[in-house]
Structure formats: structure tokens, C-alpha cells
Design a protein around this ligand. Sequence first.
Ligand SMILES: [Zn+2]
Length: 328
Amino acid sequence: MADSLAAAPDLTALRKEAEKAANELAAAQKVLDKRTSDLKAANDQLNKKLKDLSAAQATLTQMRRPIADLVELVYQQPVADGIAPFLSGDGDASMALMRSQSDASVLAQARQLQVDEISKAYADKQRLAAEAQEMRATNLLAAAQVEAEVATLTKRSDKVVQSLTKALVKMGIKIDKVGRAAFACNPLRIDATTDYPNGLIPKSILCPIQQRGHLLRADAAIAFVSLNEAYKRQFGQQMCVTDAYRTLAEQQSVYYRRPGFAAVPGRSNHGLGMAVDLCGGVQSAGTAQFRWMEANSKRYGWFHPDWAYSNPYEPWHWEYDPKIDSLP
Ligand SMILES: [Zn+2]
């Protein structure tokens, strides 16, 4: 037995690595969220710009119509015919020509003015198009960077979880056909358990331990497996577990069977997947197993709560505290 244990992978180191990956992922996620909202703001800006652009284009189209009409009108001026009456001394005709020439000059001025406005609108359109193009390119680049970061972090955390899963399997954790246990034993998903009330955590996001049929929160489970390995080295057998995660219904059942001995339903650490009830000697204070647990469990994040020494007296009840576990 000693030989197989010596070859056992360092679960604690793997778990800490996984937790580090989780923290990095969370930090990166914050950056990514900020980037996503920046991206959205930039897109809104882009949309506004495109709206301005289409407004400028509409102005341009609107201006083209009167200009076309004007041009038509100027060409329709009967210039050659108009000179004849002027030469022949037809006063009325001369007056008409003068007026039409004056009209033509006003029209020409108006035309020039509109040509200037069209040039300005055209320049605006060109500028807006260039700005929109640049903004679109910037947004696409930012989006690609976000995607690349997500891919890198996902790959890294997947790799850590894979190593951890392999190590757990090596230590006797059973994985079902769909690999649910491997998925559940992902410490990166601990936060998901806090989305559920006490005793109502879906079993699919809890993690099995070596003792068949028992589940714990991923970090508590991984720490418990390490504790169990150390216990095995000391006593030559696995720890004896009577209870780990307890559903709300199970908490109610225990509470009514043994009033005063179990926590109020919905308030037990068993319902968080962070407590175990032990047997095999640990259930009696003063035994070698109990004393060993008192002396060693904290190294693995597990401890015997103060209340359980007397009120009520529950030597079998042990809890996991991630804060203790993260101590160097
Ligand atoms: Zn208990």
C-alpha cells in the first residue's frame, strides 16, 4: 500500500493550481466584461455615425434633384433666339431677354451655392465613411482579441481540470458514463453551488468522494480525498463516512428523527456539501482516530467545529473551511 501511495499525485497542489486558474479566469472575465461593454459603446457610436452618413446621403440626393432641374432650365434659355429681337430693336423682347439673363445669373449663383453645398455634403460623406470603416476595423480587432483571450484561458483551465480529474480517478473516484464526476469535480464551478439554496444543490455540480454514494462541494471533496489518503497511510484503511452532502428532504428527515442533534433544515453545512459525519472510530472523542483527526485534519482544510464538542456533542461531525485550506 505504501508504494501506491508514494506514487499518488499531489491533489492539493493540483487543486490550488485549479483555483489559481479560476481566479485568473475571474479576473480576466472582469476585463472581458469591460471590453464587451466598451465594444458595445463603440458599436453604438458606429451606428450613430452610419445614421449620420445615411442622412448626409439623403441630403445629397435631395440636392441633386433641383440641380438637375436648374441645369435643364439654364439650357432651355433661348439664348440665340433671344439675341435677334434685341438686335431688331424689339423693346419688349429686349426687356424679356434682359430679365431672362438676369434670372439666369441668379440661377447660376444659386447653382454655384448648391454645388458648394453638395461638395461639402460629399466631403462629409467621405469623412464619415472613412471613420465608420476605421471604427469597424478597431471593433473587429478588439473582438478578436477578446475571443483569443477566452480561448487561451479556457484551454488552460480545461487542462488543469483534466489533470485533477486524472488524479482523482487514480485515487478511486468513480466517474459515470457521461463523465459527470469529472465535470462536477471542477473547482472552477464552486461558485455555481452558491446559486442554490442549502440542500437544493443539483447533484450534477457536486463531486463524489472515494466513499461510494457520498458527494461534497468540489473543493471540499478534493480536500477530503487528500485527507482520506493521509488517514489511510496512518490507519491502513479509508475513512468511514455515514453522511456528506444532505438534501433538504434528508435534513428534514434527520431533524425530525433526532431533534436537537441535527441543524434546523436548510441551515446545515451538510446542505452546502461542506460537512461530513464520520464513523470508524472518529465518532467517539478520545479514540486514536478522533485524536489523529484533531491533530491533522486542518492541514487539509477540515476541522471539528467548537459547538460539536458540546452543544450538541457530535464528535462525528467535521466541516470544511476553504480559508483554513488556503493557509500555506
Ligand atoms: Zn453532521
